[in-house]
Write a protein that binds this ligand. Structure first.
Ligand SMILES: [Zn+2]
Length: 302
């Protein structure tokens, strides 16, 4: 009998403990792109509940908030998004949310001096900052700061996790630099379906050529395809790349046009540009997607 009572007491205590434990998730956060969701989870750990709106394969330039998204945004304590006009069609809803809660465009706090001008939108910057790992480190720092401001009790917890994660990002930057260095300068030409990789090019010394310009909104015309095909054939570029969030037909059209010029360029593989891989896969994390990209690029161009 006594054993039973102790057992029941233990159960109650365990339930209480689990309850307390869950109560520690003090911040309910909604994010847009997977890259931001992932960093927020890495630094926020068990103290945050993160709901990402844009899953694998989703194009953030074209994404419009659904009704269920609006409900999630309305319930959130805090919203993290990239800004720099990446989430172009969500501007209104994000602005509206800003009147009732803190909304943070994390990309707008990085060192402005290295930001590139947008090709498509006059007066805006290129939003694809996650391809320069050192810029994404600044974003991670911003996320850490905001988490501490919004949940000061978790300060030490966030700081410790941020130190660990920043260390991994530092290693990642070194990894990308080392792999890029395997290619001679004249082979460092990256041709993709849209101009997502200009920060990658700037940081790791690649000449980046995109078909569609910086946003996926403008469709590539026949002349763009012909010009790019001539460029690829003249430079005898070995491989061009498709992106998971952009229709493959665009880059296939380029491949055909290059063949017509008498040069056979292969499709070097699929890159994660604006969206990450599936949840639970290696490429479903920021670090995993960056490694996948540099390995795919260097292996195909070598
Ligand atoms: Zn993009």
């Amino acid at each position: 009998m006594k054993g039973k009572i102790i057992f029941v007491l233990a159960l109650i205590m365990t339930a209480g403990f689990i309850h307390c434990h869950q109560a520690h998730a003090t911040l309910n956060i909604v994010t847009t792109i997977g890259q931001i969701s992932n960093v927020t989870k890495e630094i926020g750990g068990e103290r945050v509940d993160v709901v990402g709106l844009m899953g694998p394969g989703v194009d953030p330039h074209l994404y419009k908030a659904t009704e269920s998204d609006v409900r999630k945004l309305a319930k959130a304590d805090l919203i993290f998004y990239n800004g720099l006009f990446l989430e172009a069609k969500m501007g209104d809803i994000l602005e509206r949310m800003n009147t009732s809660k803190r909304t943070v465009p994390v990309g707008e706090y990085v060192d402005q001096s290295v930001l590139l001008d947008s090709v498509n939108y006059v007066g805006h910057h290129d939003p694809h900052i996650w391809f320069d790992v050192t810029l994404w480190q600044q974003v991670a720092k911003r996320i850490e700061d905001v988490l501490i401001e919004e949940d000061p009790e978790g300060k030490e917890y966030y700081q410790q996790r941020a130190v660990d994660y920043q260390e991994k990002l530092k290693e990642l930057h070194q990894y990308v630099s080392n792999r890029a260095a395997e290619l001679p300068d004249d082979q460092r030409i990256l041709v993709t379906a849209h101009d997502a990789f200009r920060y990658f090019g700037q940081r790791y010394n690649f000449n980046v050529v995109g078909l569609q310009g910086i946003s996926t909104e403008s469709q590539a015309g026949t002349k763009d395809v012909m010009d790019l095909a001539k460029f690829i054939a003249t430079k005898k570029i070995k491989a061009i790349f498709v992106e998971t969030s952009v229709p493959e037909r665009n880059i296939k059209a380029v491949q055909d046009a290059v063949r017509a010029q008498g040069w056979d360029v292969k499709i070097g593989g699929e890159l994660f540009s604006d969206a990450m891989g599936d949840e639970g896969s290696v490429e479903g994390t920021y670090i995993g997607m960056v490694k996948h990209n540099i390995n795919t690029i260097v292996n195909a161009l070598k």
